[in-house]
Design a protein around this ligand. Sequence first.
Ligand SMILES: C[S@@+](CC[C@H](N)C(=O)[O-])C[C@H]1O[C@@H](n2cnc3c(N)ncnc32)[C@H](O)[C@@H]1O
Length: 298
Amino acid sequence: MNFGVAGVPGLTDEEFRSLRDYIYRRCGMYFEDSKKFYLEHKLGRRLKELGTRSFSQYYMQIQQAGGDESEIQEIFNTVTTTETCFYRNAPQMRAFQNKILPEAVEKKFSSGSRSLKIWSAGCATGEEPYTLAMLVLEEQSSFPVGLRVEILATDINRSAMSVAKRGVYSAESAQRLPEALRERYLIPHGDGYRVCGKVQDLVHFRFFNLANGTRYLSFGKMDIVFCRNVLIYFAEAARKKVFEDLSRVLDPGGFLFVGYSENALVMSSAFSLVHYKGRPVCYRIVREKGYSRRKIHH
Ligand SMILES: C[S@@+](CC[C@H](N)C(=O)[O-])C[C@H]1O[C@@H](n2cnc3c(N)ncnc32)[C@H](O)[C@@H]1O
């Protein structure tokens, strides 16, 4: 018998397919055959903790758990990739601060609304929503009086979100953050930093599974959504569904930021590409009346 992780029998092809399909059904993430070792390694550690003798037994246990969601939560915590950092993808951050945010504020205010909603979907350990909060604070003095900005940050990995709520980070994760922002919004803490109170106050963390299409509108309509480096791990059908759901949750003319390898245009005709300083940075919803499907250059 092949032994994978210290004492736990190796993952057979059949077990791999069962577990991979189960994970796909629950959260949209899909492990190609080449990721079998990754899954074996990650879940093997969990089996060892539980004292479960084989992956088949583990699969049976989670199937039989019925309404008990605690083990699927363990799986989410274990198999998701939470790599992130402050100010990830600088051109997108500059476009957000200098173009998208002012435009969204102006649009909101002229429509009579006094509340602007930004969503970081798949926020991992929180560096993305906190960066957005810093940029909002940077621009706030130019906002019309009375405008309220809310940043919602969601994920399925609750361990990552505990880190996010604590707001304490290594020096490495803030390396790409411009010095001025680092000085204004991060407080030295041990070998790294702690996010200052006014940045933390702008961000609300919640659990949300993007593969759960029925609940998207529970947070209300959004003006700007960041869903970056999340859907690369999804199977195509699940990814397409999320783009469709995001297109519905966005306010008419709202903006969607994705990672550079996640092409929303290919996946959904609801979006059109937005350029800033000659490069594509995000998408704008075009499905609603008044927005044609064309490239927008700034
Ligand atoms: C690589 S991190 C990206 C973090 C951040 N958006 C960035 O670009 O730096 C991907 C995150 O997506 C989350 N994720 C994966 N599947 C998800 C799902 N079905 N619903 C919500 N979040 C999910 C993971 O838990 C992980 O924290």
